[in-house]
Design a binder for this molecule. Structure first.
Ligand code: CMC
Length: 392
């Protein structure tokens, strides 16, 4: 019969060729279309990065303006969507709401179902990047019982998101440009990460030719898990539980104990075995944002830094090459900005949407594209005869 390679968790199987993102896990290098992540995080902005990921090159001024205009023009969601949100319990996790609402978009955009039409693919990409902040902000507003805030086309992408989350009719939100910049940097750092679990999910769902909005909903579902995007919420909750610096050794000991399921959240990565370049930028950004907000002696940040120091000197973590990942410091910034922990993973989801859609577009346009269909090693019963229920 056929011979298969057995590779649980796909640790050594390439599922596609891609020109989008490159990671060198030993060097701690991350490139979007060849450009280093730290240069993009400090010198570019998220909209430019979206263009780069989607089309392969940095835009010139005219291309940038046109792309930015198109994204801005698509930020509203169908008014009927409001009813969809209202069907959820107020205490639903915003990720649950997003899985449902984004999946429902496939019913609003039937035209996108023709994935063989390049123009339709293009419009679907623009719509998703434009609407995801609106959807994430609506999920948040709904969960705290405040009215939805419509997008504003005079604001940049990050400012608009902050405004939709934090302004109320009685009092407009004062947008601090440096905070909007930090928000934008968080979006950029999460924009793509090659064939991670949620991206592979989107590709696999899309490989059957399914509606792209439904595929992105599948990606959101996968991202939610604590081993993936859900780690940003879990990491901050862990830091809060540890609480004070003197409790750290107890938790480090638990993380090392094979009989204890506890892991240091925001630590470790399948590919990075030296450091996560995103975590480096995020750590600097955390210092900047807390400074900006006049938050000194933040206990959570203190615990995070000390935990990192202790873990990086510990043989267990050295030997297993475990380092802080992107999720370790992001929560501290988001919390300082005023986001509750439940919004951390939705923010990851909205940032990653461009990566998902760029990878989906690449796959659909690939001449070698086939439906994803893993094989298995069957280890169950051999063929046997059915036995009547009375005789079992
Ligand atoms: N704390 C303690 N031990 C750990 C940790 C951790 N955070 N991560 C891995 N290990 C140990 C693990 O127990 C295993 O030990 P052994 O070889 O003795 O069985 C070894 O290190 C290798 O771990 P693995 O689970 O086989 O590695 P993986 O590549 O399958 O998993 C991971 C990668 C990110 C899922 C894992 O490191 C983890 O669960 N980390 C915590 C969750 C987290 O922070 N996830 C975010 C990932 S970054 C991007 C994103 O958000 O998606």
């Amino acid at each position: 019969g056929d011979v298969f390679t057995f590779d649980p968790g796909f640790t050594s199987t390439a599922s596609c060729e891609s020109t989008i993102t490159f990671i060198d896990g030993d060097k701690g290098e991350l490139l979007y279309r060849g450009y280093p992540i730290d240069q993009l995080a400090s010198q570019s902005n998220y909209i430019e990065v979206c263009y780069l990921l989607l089309y392969g090159e940095l835009p010139d001024k005219a291309q940038y303006d046109e792309f930015s205009y198109r994204i801005t023009r698509h930020t509203m969601v169908h008014e009927q969507m409001h009813n969809f949100f209202r069907g959820f319990r107020r205490d639903a996790h915003p990720m649950a709401t997003m899985v449902g609402v984004v999946g429902a978009m496939s019913a609003f955009y039937h035209d996108s179902t023709d994935v063989t039409d390049e123009w339709q693919r293009e419009v679907a990409a623009i719509r998703m990047i434009a609407k995801m902040p609106t959807i994430a902000a609506m999920a948040y507003k709904y969960s705290i019982g405040q009215p939805f805030v419509y997008p504003r086309n005079d604001l940049d992408y990050a400012s608009n998101f902050l405004n939709m989350c934090f302004s109320v009719p009685a009092e407009p939100y004062k947008i601090e440009p440096a905070l909007a910049r930090a928000m934008d940097r968080i979006f950029t750092l999460h924009a793509d990460h090659e064939q991670n679990a949620s991206t592979s999910t989107v590709r696999l769902a899309g490989s059957s030719g399914a509606n792209p909005f439904a595929c992105i909903a599948a990606g959101i579902a996968c991202l939610w898990g604590p081993a993936h995007g859900g780690a940003n919420q879990a990491a901050l909750e862990m830091l809060r539980t540890i609480g004070t610096v003197d409790k750290i050794p107890e938790y480090v000991a638990r993380a090392k104990d094979k009989n204890d399921p506890f892991r240091l959240m925001g630590f470790g990565h399948r590919v990075y075995k030296n450091f996560d370049p995103r975590a480096k930028v995020m750590k600097e950004s955390a210092d900047e944002v807390l400074d900006l907000l006049g938050i000194h002696n933040n206990e959570t940040l203190k615990v995070a830094k000390e935990l990192e120091r202790i873990a990086l000197e510990d043989e267990y973590f050295i030997e297993k090459k475990l380092y802080p990942n992107v999720d370790f410091y992001s929560g501290i910034i988001l919390e300082a900005m005023g986001f509750p922990t439940a919004m951390f993973t939705p923010i990851f989801a909205l940032s990653r949407t461009v990566g998902w859609i760029a990878q989906w577009k690449e796959m659909i346009g690939d001449k070698n594209q086939k439906i994803g269909r893993p094989r298995q090693l069957y280890v169950g019963e051999a063929a046997r005869d059915y036995v009547d229920i009375a005789k079992r």
